[in-house]
Design a binder for this molecule. Sequence first.
Ligand SMILES: O=C(O)CCC(=O)C(=O)O
Ligand SMILES: [Fe+2]
Length: 342
Amino acid sequence: MRSSLRHPSWFRFRGARYRRNVAGCGLTTFPRQDRAFAATLPCLFPAGFESEPACSVGSGPSGSEAPYTLPPWLRGRPGRNDRAVHLRAEDGPAAVVLEPGLVVLRQALSREEQVALAAEAWDFGARTVGPSDPSGHGFFEEDGGLRGPMGSRGRIFEACCKLPSRLSESLLKASASWVRCARAADATMPQHEASHLLLLYYRLGGTLGFHRDEQANDGTGAEPVVNLSLGAEIDFALRHEHSDVARVVTLRSGDVLLFGGPCRRLLHAVAATRAVPDTVLPADAGDGRLSFTLRHAPEVTGHEYLYADFRPQPEDPKRKLTGDELLLGSDEAQRRLRKMSS
Ligand SMILES: O=C(O)CCC(=O)C(=O)O
Ligand SMILES: [Fe+2]
């Protein structure tokens, strides 16, 4: 640990107090309206570490960025910026504040904890949903395909209190500590009580386009989305607006990403997936990835079944009503969508 004695530990930004060793903060990582102000703060980019008893808060090497090429399927759409930068952040037990409201916790679980959680989640999710199992809890269709949109991923959405207790107890405890840790590093990260889990299983190569978490089942407040990755590593792309340069951060097995407060409505995408040599996933899951997303979404309590299937896309010929349309009615669902994407 290097001492940060030469620099005070805290700085103020837009009225909030931050640890000063913010990682990955090239100016492009600040919301556009804040960049001019951020440029006046050279103290944002020191290379220094400091420890904290409950949670070590660190930074990347010096907030370095490298050009990143988005995959072709994420490029070339009208009104979208095709440029991206890769944010380098060092490994280690550290909270990396990429921007107020956007925090990565490296290796938030030990390898043993990852193996145990992956086994528990696979046991819960690796089943077929069909007439014989109407619970809706399963990654697979009867033909062996994945149940998500266009077979891209297995998907289970459920209230935490309805999960098998071994899964919910360990996840809720861990999630509370990750939020505490993120808040210790970032004063703008709101408090969070997880009400729901979205559990996804991707086969190797599984990706996801840019979207905002904006439906009622995503939670509609400022509480963070808390996302844990197990298995394959991914390049996670983030930006506030489609016209912004995307920032890409690599998430490895055991890493947690939180986006809340000023970053709660970030656009995000899984741009690439890579197999890892010694996966923590059970053998049957192959080189895939499990994604656990914990959300505060009390509005949908008791209505989880409306969100058992992924929201179909407008161009989907088999488009059914979305969960929000069923829960809130078409007008309210449309009004919220317009508000969130304006
Ligand atoms: O794969 C992931 O971890 C991201 C999932 C996601 O963003 C979502 O389902 O809304
Ligand atoms: Fe999302």
